[in-house]
Design a protein around this ligand. Sequence first.
Ligand code: URA
Length: 209
Amino acid sequence: MSKFTVLNHPLIQHKLTIIRDENTGTRVFREVANEIAELMVYEITRDLPLEDKEIQTPMGKTVQKVLAGKKLAVIPILRAGLGMVDGVLEMIPAAKVGHIGMYRDEKTLQPHEYFVKLPSDIDQRDLFIVDPMLATGGSANMAISALKKRGAKNMRLIVLVAAPEGVKAVQKENPDVDIYAAALDENINENGYIYPGLGDAGDRLFGTK
Ligand code: URA
């Protein structure tokens, strides 16, 4: 079974409370959601491989560490996933960005794929799939299959708020995909929203309703 990790660094918890608050407006929501994504990626990339590099400091020659050049990509699930991309790119500016468009049928709550545009070497990249809310797991599972169908092999799912139902669904269907969340909430309510959650992440990010 894949790993599920809650990254509950104090800064992440503090910032998550800011965006949960219904009084937080669009501008701050957008800024802080990206900051959380940035902090999460900082934690998640602890295992990035390093290699030796000989350099010259003003004092003399030395061998030091640099990133070994692992190819990475961030894949936002549209549209709310866009709200985490800039944060991820702050940490790993060389990452490519692929997009997967999903919308949720408001009646059936079922996800539908409408757009997929990925880097051509997707099979050689480690992917960070980003989506603020992991509710039923339907969109995440559909995005993961869309990626696997196109050759992707290594991927992790990064969400701000997860519901236990969504974690279970992704772990069941995709036991090879580790999941990282800033918080694990109580459940999904009768309207398909995570409780206590933060509401509709897309609407809060983009000021729509
Ligand atoms: N999508 C959202 O934006 N919010 C939720 O609570 C669940 C799914």
